[in-house]
Design a protein around this ligand. Structure first.
Ligand SMILES: Cc1cc2nc3c(=O)[nH]c(=O)nc-3n(C[C@H](O)[C@H](O)[C@H](O)COP(=O)(O)OP(=O)(O)OC[C@H]3O[C@@H](n4cnc5c(N)ncnc54)[C@H](O)[C@@H]3O)c2cc1C
Ligand SMILES: *[C@@H]1O[C@H](CO)[C@@H](O)[C@H](O)[C@H]1NC(C)=O
Ligand SMILES: *[C@@H]1O[C@H](CO)[C@@H](O)[C@H](O)[C@H]1NC(C)=O
Ligand SMILES: *[C@@H]1O[C@H](CO)[C@@H](O)[C@H](O)[C@H]1NC(C)=O
Ligand SMILES: *[C@@H]1O[C@H](CO)[C@@H](O)[C@H](O)[C@H]1NC(C)=O
Ligand SMILES: *[C@@H]1O[C@H](CO)[C@@H](O)[C@H](O)[C@H]1NC(C)=O
Ligand SMILES: *[C@@H]1O[C@H](CO)[C@@H](O)[C@H](O)[C@H]1NC(C)=O
Ligand SMILES: *[C@@H]1O[C@H](CO)[C@@H](O)[C@H](O)[C@H]1NC(C)=O
Ligand SMILES: *[C@@H]1O[C@H](CO)[C@@H](O)[C@H](O)[C@H]1NC(C)=O
Ligand SMILES: *[C@@H]1O[C@H](CO)[C@@H](O)[C@H](O)[C@H]1NC(C)=O
Ligand SMILES: *[C@@H]1O[C@H](CO)[C@@H](O)[C@H](O)[C@H]1NC(C)=O
Ligand SMILES: *[C@@H]1O[C@H](CO)[C@@H](O)[C@H](O)[C@H]1NC(C)=O
Length: 625
């Protein structure tokens, strides 16, 4: 599926020479160095921490990553090919949710990248920080003001390098506010877009409907409410990830062990008399293997282990190591080391619902072969940016909205925070099951575009065309909480992933109001000559009732891939939570968690910018101690 091409290989070789992190393909290749820090997972957060710690030449650092190097994955470089390395590919963990009882027992795939850079190497690249309230809520929930917006903003900016337009003909003027961006960081960010009449109409609508849908100059200014241009972790037509932005520029004191799975964390000294003391169990030893049957290797960190496996694998590794709810561990025959009922609990992911409209707007489908030729030559064109339509929308329901009553309070963190995101997919004549109007997965050489007639109907049921506009409505602040639990005690078995979608009635109510809101926008006069009515949820005899919409939501909701909270940070001395505000695992010494799993409440947006910020802040915390 991923042919090797001489040309790419040569090019990658050049990158490899320029970067200094030493990569090892097998545990037996390791050079026998004593490491000060060992990072478990070289993902979005893990790669940041490893490279920031590596800035001190006195430290030797090892990153253990389950997947291959990003440099071996061509599609990870080309922004528009992200869907080719998503679900069910050799760099995916191939996870799916448990049957979701509030969604007709629906099982959804749950993409998680397995390669250097983690999800930052395969995600949709949307760069959205969330609202200032989101960070202020973290500060109040964890009792640590260092996480507040004003304190964390320098770390957000430290990660960011605004890169400017890639295509000189596509000016970014008035597409963002330069004063709220960083220019000296590691991750390239820009506001790439492709011209399309949809964009023009959408921004036109912000004038007529400015109360509900005001124009938003910059969705990263701390108050993301309105409709604005998307920003993306793309620089000069290439994806920017924690692997390309951070790890690729470290000194050779940072080592990376690839294709190797951490199975457990072990007490540093396993004589039971010695492992407990009043400061907790010393947990600096890591066990790893290359397959379920293969030999187990162990290594000990002189200073700290940093667990950065992401919000699914981090709790899995803790549970397998005996850190978690005692009853659950006993049931699987795992010897409990630290009884902590919070491990894997409070898992939260945004809920998304894909809807479609009938339209006669120009399709956004394109010829991938031609676009790849253009990208290969000059790194511009449709593959030089994410494939979805470029603007993003954020709606905050008014305080008067009757869906927030006493028994279901407003789930957002404050008045600067939206309830709903509109993610505009594409406009397509294809019957496309991905829901984003993208071409189906292709090999890099043979496009396989299938055209299927799709009969769109207007509100009266009349066939009006075969083009549909697809968008996703997202409940940004789900009330419901789910869990990550073990299916078995083998580190090579997938854990049980239960986001408990729609577990709270207010999540359904928010999505209903979100779909109604999208109809107020797209059935407005601005779009009357181009968007003709909903295809799904389907109207009947010209009417779309709340009951039909709710049924549609309960049939089709999926997790959005922005999970957090499964190893939540809590105040010092709290009776709940997994890490303290210094990222230390409760009841342990020498073990910290740095990844999206520690985030207690999801931000009002996509999660990578917050993950970078947390990782930058954690690196400073670790360096200081
Ligand atoms: C399909 C998809 C699209 C997304 N799109 C966007 C977007 O457009 N914008 C945005 O902001 N966010 C997006 N996100 C979310 C965002 O990418 C993630 O929230 C973020 O990258 C998570 O970072 P992390 O460090 O917590 O985990 P990860 O990046 O997942 O890192 C975990 C790393 O640990 C490794 N690992 C796990 N277990 C082990 C083990 N046992 N041994 C060794 N290594 C291990 C993994 O292979 C991985 O490399 C998307 C997510 C997905 C899945
Ligand atoms: C996921 O599925 C792909 C395709 O079948 C496979 O190549 C890959 O190894 C799988 N990943 C894991 C972690 O099993
Ligand atoms: C967090 O902030 C407080 C007060 O500003 C400061 O004293 C403390 O050292 C900070 N924590 C860390 C880990 O730096
Ligand atoms: C920019 O536009 C000009 C004029 O339309 C065109 O000649 C040129 O090729 C374009 N440049 C790029 C990089 O597309
Ligand atoms: C515990 O120590 C013994 C003796 O040093 C060793 O053989 C064994 O592998 C250790 N077990 C673990 C889980 O580390
Ligand atoms: C979940 O988080 C809340 C705080 O938001 C906390 O009160 C509760 O104890 C947590 N539950 C568990 C099981 O950790
Ligand atoms: C895409 O373009 C290539 C080369 O220009 C052509 O051979 C191919 O038929 C086109 N594909 C489609 C689906 O139009
Ligand atoms: C673009 O480059 C990639 C990697 O070298 C190669 O696989 C692909 O065939 C090229 N495509 C075109 C259309 O030139
Ligand atoms: C869509 O319908 C038009 C008019 O009926 C037809 O000409 C066109 O071929 C159709 N397109 C596709 C992709 O089916
Ligand atoms: C689209 O494809 C799906 C699955 O292939 C099929 O179930 C559905 O009926 C198709 N829809 C249309 C409108 O052709
Ligand atoms: C789309 O349909 C409307 C209403 O029939 C028509 O006025 C308009 O010209 C059409 N636009 C295009 C691009 O075909
Ligand atoms: C929901 O799913 C059921 C069962 O598949 C189907 O009969 C019903 O039409 C669906 N409802 C909507 C609104 O999509």
């Amino acid at each position: 599926m991923f042919p090797t091409h001489g040309g790419v290989y040569f090019f990658l070789l050049l990158i490899q020479v320029a970067s200094c992190a030493r990569q090892f393909q097998h545990p037996e290749d390791l050079p026998g160095v004593e490491y000060d820090f060992i990072t478990i997972g070289g993902g979005n957060a893990g790669a940041v921490v490893a490279s920031r710690l590596g800035e001190n030449n006195n430290f030797n650092i090892l990153v253990i990553e389950a997947g291959p190097s990003n440099l071996d994955v061509f599609e990870s470089e080309v922004p528009g090919l992200s869907h080719n390395i998503g679900f069910g590919t050799r760099v995916d963990w191939n996870y799916s949710t448990t049957p979701q009882i509030h969604v007709n027992d629906k099982v959804s795939s749950y993409g998680r990248a397995m390669m250097l850079g983690g999800c930052s190497s395969h995600n949709e690249m949307a760069y959205t920080r969330g609202s200032r309230d989101d960070y202020d809520r973290w500060a109040s929930v964890t009792g640590d003001d260092n996480l507040s917006w004003n304190k964390i903003l320098p770390y957000i900016l430290k990660a960011e390098k605004w890169s400017g337009p890639n295509d000189p003909n596509l000016s970014e003027e008035n597409h963002f506010n330069p004063s709220v961006h960083g220019s000296n960081g590691k991750i390239g960010v820009s506001a790439p877009y492709y011209p399309h009449p949809f964009n023009d109409l959408l921004f036109e609508a912000t004038k007529d409907l400015d109360e509900e849908f005001p124009f938003l100059l910059d969705l990263n200014d701390g108050r993301p409410i309105g409709i604005g241009w998307g920003q993306a972790t793309v620089a000069r037509g290439f994806r920017s990830s924690s692997a390309t932005g951070y790890l690729a520029h470290t000194g050779d004191n940072v080592h990376v062990l690839l294709n190797t799975r951490v199975t457990r964390i072990l007490p540093t000294n396993n004589r039971t008399n010695d492992i407990h003391d009043k400061k907790g169990i010393d947990l600096r030893q890591v066990e790893f293997a290359t397959g379920p049957e293969g030999p187990r290797f162990t290594l000990r960190a002189k200073k700290d282990l940093i667990l950065s496996g992401g919000m699914i694998n981090t709790p899995q590794i803790l549970l397998n190591s005996g850190i978690g709810p005692k009853g659950e561990l006993d049931a699987l025959g795992i010897q409990p080391l630290i009884d902590n009922p919070s491990v894997g609990k409070n898992f939260s992911d945004q809920v998304s619902i894909t809807i479609t409209f009938s339209t006669n707007l120009t399709v956004t489908d394109f010829n991938v072969t031609d676009a790849l030729a253009e990208w290969n030559q000059s790194h511009i064109g449709r593959l030089a940016l994410p494939q979805h339509l470029s603007p993003l929308g954020w709606v905050r329901f008014p305080a008067t909205a009757n869906l927030f009553k006493n028994d279901s309070p407003d789930p957002t963190a404050g008045p600067n925070s939206p309830h709903i995101e509109f993610f505009f997919g594409g406009i397509s004549s294809q019957n496309d099951s991905t829901g984003i109007g993208n071409p189906p997965p292709i090999t890099t050489t043979t496009p396989n575009i299938q055209i299927t007639d799709m009969f769109n109907r207007d509100m009266d049921g009349t066939v009006i065309g075969n083009i549909s506009f697809t968008m996703i409505v997202v409940d940004l602040h789900p009330v419901s909480r789910g869990s990550i639990t073990l299916a078995s005690s083998s580190a090579f078995d997938a854990p049980l992933i239960d986001p408990n979608l729609l577990g709270s009635p207010s999540d359904t109510a928010i999505l209903l109001e979100g779909i109604r809101s999208s109809h107020r926008l797209f059935l407005s006069s601005t779009f009357s000559n181009s968007i003709f009515g909903p295809i799904t949820p389907p109207p009947s005899n010209g009417v779309l009732t709340d009951d039909t919409i709710v049924e549609f939501i309960k049939n089709n909701s999926t997790p959005f891939g922005h999970g957090v909270g499964s190893c939540s940070m809590a105040p010092h001395g709290a009776a709940w939570g997994v890490v303290d505000p210094e990222f230390r695992v409760r009841g342990a010494r020498g073990l910290r968690i740095v990844d999206a799993s520690v985030i207690p409440f999801v931000v009002s947006g996509h999660t990578q910018a917050a993950t970078y910020a947390i990782a930058e802040w954690a690196s400073d915390v670790i360096k200081r101690s």
